[in-house]
Design a protein around this ligand. Structure first.
Ligand code: AGP
Length: 614
């Protein structure tokens, strides 16, 4: 979950590292640090809290050199503090390490190292790595590459590291063990970059290579050599990333989240473009193909994902079952491998992940692979592990999503799932050409409808101000908009710290309605979909219990207007696509409540963008 960056070249390393960390702060913001070799020795600067603390410290105590590493931390072992901040230095001061992941056997290794005389200066699991490297460097007279390789052999769990040694200050050694976060190598002109995520290096280069789990690399300013953990050279491919570096900037917006909410028109346009052939009523994907025989024999699709991506999967179930008539089960990724899923022959496991690095989602994919399923993925981050593990993938066309709260990736995924269902429907013959044509026409109207919805931001903000003091909220939905209720509630929880529960509306009378009173607002998802009547009656019932009521409703809906205390209006949308337009007021509602409360929307407490640990 932490962010890692490394640089070797002819420029001053510290500003490059700090700038890289600035773009990685969404990975964790408990502490940050850099280490630079200044020609004599390794200089470390570390600060607890957000990156600005480190930037201030480096301004007070500058550090200069042409090689260095940096880290922004999401604490797993040891509280957020300077002593636990990375980089961690070896006892002899010759080696420094940044790390992402968890060393599962760190207690045993710590005992072993302490018995050998190593003194630990932090509570982190990372420190065992740097002491192990020193053990091989000092005790066995090895070079840094071999010493790191030997040290890695001791580690259990998923880990990614970058190592710098004062004894060989022309190189960085990096490695990836398991799925905990990727390592990207960036190729510049006579300079090289290492990073956990693309945004850290995009402004310098778009020529990149990705380490696979179980690989390490020796990086000098001239380039990189990739090795297996047995030290064997491995050929690799350098790819050009299509992302525009400006996409990772906030621009005129106050927060990345707001920018990304407003990028949804563009994201949906790019998602649809190139995949639809309206004249032929066909959908095609570049990296996901199936034969009619394969599609007809799919007995079941498992959709597996976490958080917002899981919510999109719940909508996907509707699409696959209604349009392609394929039984679909949506499973929270952290549960998938523990439920011993019954995966019939020919089944597909479809993973959804913005980052493509979520540890639980990757583990669910592995479980699917073990059980013989075909693996498909919908992912945003290019070169991510999910993308590379999948037999076929759909690449979200939304550019980097920086805000911890996912928005544009959600709506793009809904469009991807809709198109995937249409594709399978064609292969399986479950919809006529006329039906497919109509559904495609509906999809083509979506970017404009989303644009129209976004223009109402001021209305949504005004309503948010009225509810800014709410401590609790129910978000109720039914049918295809039940996941919208879950997603809206998650947004409010994660950025505004309001206890919000997404709940199936029909279940309220089986218990939760007891909670309602004048301090417990209820937001009902009541766009014009087949569950509209039920949802309107839900508004009535909540009102009868004295709860303040809000509704997401379609323009011109007089009943909603007369019943609810506040209406978040959305334009008339084909009902299968109503989860896309209906979620937008909820994203903006949460955003404006959070900003009204003076909260840090892009970096909510305790969270990190990519959850690369279990
Ligand atoms: C969304 O707002 C969350 N921050 C979170 O639930 C996220 O969707 C989840 O962690 C999954 O991430 P992924 O899509 O990168 O796998």
């Amino acid at each position: 979950m932490c962010g890692i960056v490394g640089y070797v070249g002819s420029r001053d390393a510290a500003p490059i590292l700090l700038n890289g960390l600035r773009r990685l702060e969404y990975r964790g913001y408990d502490s940050a640090g850099i280490a630079v070799f200044d020609g004599q020795r390794i200089q470390i600067r570390r600060a607890v809290g957000k990156l600005q603390g480190l930037i201030d410290q480096v301004a007070r105590e500058p550090v200069h050199g042409h090689i260095g590493i940096g880290h922004t931390r999401w604490a797993t072992h040891g509280e957020p503090s300077v002593r636990n901040a990375h980089p961690h230095l070896s006892q002899n001061g010759q080696v420094v390490v940044v790390h992402n992941g968890i060393v599962e056997n760190f207690l045993a290794l710590k005992d072993e190292l302490q018995a050998e005389g190593f003194t630990f200066r932090s509570d982190t699991d990372t420190e065992v790595i740097v002491h192990l490297i020193e053990r091989y460097l000092e005790g066995h007279g090895m070079g840094i590459v071999e010493a790191t390789r030997r040290a890695l052999k001791h580690l259990r769990g998923s880990n990614a590291i970058v190592v710098l040694a004062a004894t060989e200050p022309d190189k960085l050694v990096t490695a990836r063990l398991g799925n905990a976060g990727g390592i990207t190598l960036g190729f510049g002109q006579d300079e090289m970059f290492v990073a956990s995520d693309l945004p850290a290096i995009l402004e310098h280069t778009r020529q990149v290579a990705f380490l696979e789990p179980g690989q390490m690399a020796v990086v000098t300013r001239e380039g990189a050599q990739v090795l297996s953990l047995d030290g064997e050279p491995i050929p690799y491919e350098i790819t050009t990333v299509p992302w525009d570096p400006v996409a990772a900037e906030k621009g005129e917006y106050r927060h990345f989240m707001l920018k990304e909410i407003h990028e949804q028109v563009r994201g949906l346009t790019d998602t649809i473009a190139g995949r639809i052939e309206p004249s032929a009523a066909r959908v095609r994907f570049l990296h996901l193909e199936a034969t009619p025989e394969f599609a007809r024999r799919i007995p079941k699709i498992f959709i597996t994902a976490c958080g917002t991506a899981y919510h999109s999967g719940l909508v996907g179930k509707f699409y696959f079952e209604r349009l392609a008539r394929i039984p679909t089960e949506v499973v929270i990724a952290s549960e998938f491998r523990y439920m011993d899923p019954i995966v019939p022959e020919g089944a597909v496991v479809l993973a959804i992940s913005q980052s493509g690095e979520t540890a639980d989602t990757l583990a669910a994919m592995e479980e699917g692979r073990r059980k013989g399923a075909t693996l498909w993925a919908i992912v945003n981050v290019i070169g991510s592990q999910a993308m590379r593990m999948a037999d076929g993938y759909i690449s979200m066309q939304v550019g980097p999503e920086i805000s911890v709260a996912s928005t544009k990736a959600y709506t793009a995924t809904l469009a991807d799932l809709y198109m995937l269902a249409l594709y399978l429907a064609e292969l399986r013959g479950t919809l006529s050409e006329a039906q497919r044509r109509q559904l495609i026409q509906d999809l083509l109207t979506l970017p404009d409808l989303v644009g129209e919805t976004l223009q109402r931001e001021d209305q949504y903000a005004a309503i948010a101000r009225r509810f800014v003091r709410a401590q609790n909220m129910f978000y109720l939905g039914r049918g295809i908009n039940m996941p919208t209720a879950y997603e809206g509630a998650l947004k409010l929880k994660e950025i505004a710290y309001v206890h919000a529960e997404g709940y199936p509306a029909g279940e309220m009378k089986h218990g939760p309605i007891a909670l309602l009173d004048e301090n417990f607002p209820v937001l009902a998802l009541a766009p014009r979909d087949p569950w509209y009547e039920k949802m309107i009656s839900q508004v009535e019932q909540s009102r009868a219990r004295g709860a303040p009521t809000l509704a997401v409703a379609t323009d011109g809906d007089d009943r909603a207007a007369s019943l609810a205390d506040a209406v978040l209006w959305v334009p008339e949308t084909p009902w299968l696509l109503s989860p896309v337009t209906s979620v937008i007021p909820l994203q903006l509602f949460a955003y404006h409540i959070a900003t009204e409360r003076g909260l840090d929307v892009d970096q909510p407490r305790n969270l990190a963008k990519s959850v690369t640990v279990e």
